[in-house]
Design a protein around this ligand. Structure first.
Ligand SMILES: Nc1ncnc2c1ncn2[C@@H]1O[C@H](COP(=O)(O)OP(=O)(O)OP(=O)(O)O)[C@@H](O)[C@H]1O
Ligand SMILES: [Mg+2]
Length: 362
């Protein structure tokens, strides 16, 4: 069993708390992503799990065994925790060949030469670096170097992989490719993965479950990618997971209005009571029309992006983004230009109570 339990862990520096009373559980064999803004404490948490640092309070367990306990001061050394790690800068050793880089953890562990060779070659094959064994890192692409780091983390068959922004230095295509490969490795090896990132697309794409942290190091929501994306617990999570449109909605008597404009709200209605709401929706949730029913808007900017069209629309003084497939824009006469009037419907709305300060006012 390679599950991880973080129990009431706190950590700070110089009197400034980074993590406060944080609890979290990773199941055996799952890919768990930790998503949060820069500086929120993701790397600090990873370092605590790895054993590079000790928590100020709380307990960390791996596979049911305590590996760090602030109360007793117990701490299991990093190399006894059964972990493989790839960090932000992935640090492959420039003077060592691919083979030697990957074999290094086995060499340190004193594995005999024959087993060392066999396991190193297996790892090399697993990450698709076969026939590149004798190259130096400087003779590899960024993605290949990344694979060296990954193979090195996997070579001693850890139960847990800690990956802290491991794809940062790669271009978008390679990042996507590596993301699929990491996922495939997880499924093949059954390894438990903690994947740390501030990139919401990677986080959603790779995770079995995902935790969203805020700038204060608090976890706002944990769930499957679909859950957190479709049912965000608050507008922070909603905004963090993609382009977020927010419109103020008021209830007077039983009628809903758009903000203070007096314009009738035509979309779906909130299930809860109260008289002030914010409607959250994504650009792809906007259904456009030239006229008819729906909220009236004015196109402020039209951008043709090839596969899709992106509009910036003024809805009673609040700017929202809308996207639609280009072929649909052409087929349904929805190729707007600046200052065209339009109507919008919303395919899906997430409701948040109260007024949320909407920054994109006209
Ligand atoms: N050794 C340290 N001494 C003092 N402060 C530290 C130390 N390590 C981290 N911090 C502080 O703790 C906070 C969290 O840092 P951390 O590296 O965990 O952020 P992060 O979420 O990983 O951000 P990023 O996405 O940029 O990597 C930051 O304010 C950082 O300055
Ligand atoms: Mg970090």
């Amino acid at each position: 069993m390679a599950n991880i339990e973080i129990r009431n862990v706190s950590k700070g520096y110089g009197g400034r708390a980074v993590l406060s009373n944080l609890s979290l559980e990773l199941n055996d064999g799952e890919c768990f992503t930790l998503l949060g803004p820069s500086g929120c404490g993701k790397t600090v948490l990873t370092r605590l799990i790895a054993g590079f640092e000790a928590p100020d309070a709380g307990t960390i367990l791996i596979g049911g065994n305590i590996v760090a306990d602030a109360a007793t001061g117990d701490s299991l050394p990093t190399d006894k925790r059964g972990l493989g790690m790839v960090f932000q800068d992935y640090a492959v050793w420039p003077h060592m060949t691919v083979f030697d880089n990957i074999a290094y953890p086995l060499k340190i562990a004193g594995i005999d030469a024959e087993a060392l060779k066999r396991r190193t070659l297996e790892s090399i094959e697993m990450v698709g670096l076969k026939n590149l064994e004798e190259r130096l890192p400087s003779q590899l692409s960024g993605g290949q170097q990344q694979r060296v780091a990954l193979a090195r983390a996997l070579v001693h068959e850890p139960g847990i992989l800690l990956l802290d922004e491991p794809l940062n230095n790669l271009d978008a295509n390679l990042r996507e490719e590596m993301r699929f490969e990491i996922k495939a490795l997880q499924q093949k090896l059954g390894v438990t993965i903690l994947y740390v990132t501030h990139d919401q697309e990677i986080a959603l794409g790779i995770a079995d479950r995902i935790a969203i942290m805020d700038a204060d190091g608090r976890i706002r929501q944990i769930g499957t990618p679909e859950e957190v994306y479709e049912k965000s617990v608050d507008d922070y999570v909603f905004r963090f997971l993609g382009i977020a449109n927010l419109l103020p909605v008021r209830r007077r008597n039983d009628d809903l209005f758009l903000g203070d404009t007096g314009e009738a709200w035509t979309g779906e209605t909130p299930a809860t009571t109260g008289d002030r709401f914010t409607a959250g929706f994504r650009p792809s949730d906007v259904i456009l029309a030239r006229e008819g029913e729906g909220l009236p808007g004015i196109i402020r900017r039209a951008s043709f992006l090839g596969a899709q069209i992106d509009y910036l629309i003024d809805i009673a003084g609040t700017l929202i983004r809308a996207t639609l497939p280009s072929h649909e824009g052409v087929a349904r006469d929805l190729m707007f230009v600046e200052n065209d009037p339009c109507r919008i419907h919303l395919a899906s709305v997430q409701w948040f109570p109260g007024d949320i300060v909407v920054t994109n006012r006209v």
